[in-house]
Ligand binder design. Structure first.
Ligand SMILES: [Ca+2]
Ligand SMILES: [Ca+2]
Length: 275
């Protein structure tokens, strides 16, 4: 399909898919659409040109889930010029998830995702197809489908269990290790591997009766491990951070030495905090 546009002396005269340019001298303007009425403007050079290719983009190119992006386009004509197109000038096709809809004016809406996901969209201008993608960011980690609002990141649940799997619930322990999904996610474990466990071992320190050595594994650099203690499990003071310590790491294993283990009994635990 042909369109008519100016190649010199300034802007073309056109609206929507209609374009018309006047021409120098007695050469008539050429139009491709009957309505709106064409207007011949003196001093313009007109020629026929075709849309060679169409690029379509969203502004912004990435949005949070639930957000919107304004689509638009640029048509490369066969005379090597570029025509910028508003969202209303492109005929949009149905987009792919997680782009949920595109209005006639080219406003694209993004739905919830469980991980950063690119949705594809496409549209036509004078019969020429252009395609693009909109990156939808997983800005809220716990809002997707049946995994929404359960306290675990939906991306983690999908990674190990796929979508809509009841075994992904926080309280479930499918491997029977005694550590449920909430703990496994926090500790950075594989919830589908029975060998993937977090362990804590307490050792005496030879020749140091007032010291105890705590060893635990695995330790990940993106988590915080806070050793805590109390002297009575059923009463007395609550769990308290262990302050007098020395720490050393060997790969995924960390050794914390309590250098002030002066009580008759001390109980220890490691508090793990995710990023
Ligand atoms: Ca999300
Ligand atoms: Ca969740």
């Amino acid at each position: 399909m042909r369109s008519c546009r100016a190649t010199a002396l300034g802007a073309r005269n056109g609206a929507g898919s209609y374009t018309n340019d006047g021409c120098i001298g007695g050469i008539a303007g050429i139009s491709t659409v009957v309505s709106p009425p064409e207007t011949v403007k003196a001093g313009y050079l007109g020629q026929l040109s075709e849309v060679g290719s169409l690029s379509v983009t969203g502004t912004p190119a990435s949005v949070n889930e639930g957000g919107a992006s304004q689509l638009g386009g640029a048509a490369a004509m066969d005379d090597d010029t570029i025509t910028a197109l508003t969202g209303s000038e492109v005929a949009w096709n149905a987009p792919s998830w997680p782009v949920s809809s595109i209005s006639a004016s080219g406003l694209a809406l993004a739905t919830n995702v469980y991980q950063n996901t690119a949705g594809n969209f496409s549209g036509r201008y004078f019969g020429v197809l252009g395609s693009g993608s909109l990156l939808v960011l997983d800005s809220l980690p716990d809002n997707y489908g049946t995994y929404a609002g359960d306290g675990l990141p939906d991306s983690w649940q999908n990674q190990y269990f796929g979508l809509d799997n009841p075994n992904a619930a926080p309280s479930v322990d499918v491997t029977g290790t005694g550590q449920n999904n909430l703990f496994k996610c926090t500790a950075g474990l594989d919830p589908t591997n029975p060998a993937s466990v977090f362990w804590l071992r307490i050792e005496v320190v030879a020749g140091q009766p007032n010291q105890k050595r705590l060893l635990f594994n695995p330790r990940w650099t993106d988590r915080t491990y806070t050793p805590m203690f109390r002297t009575n499990l059923v009463g007395g003071a609550d769990w308290t951070n262990l302050l007098a310590t020395t720490v050393s790491d060997n790969g995924a294993e960390r050794t914390v030495t309590d250098t002030n283990a002066i009580n008759n009994a001390r109980f220890y635990r490691i508090q793990i905090t995710c990023p």
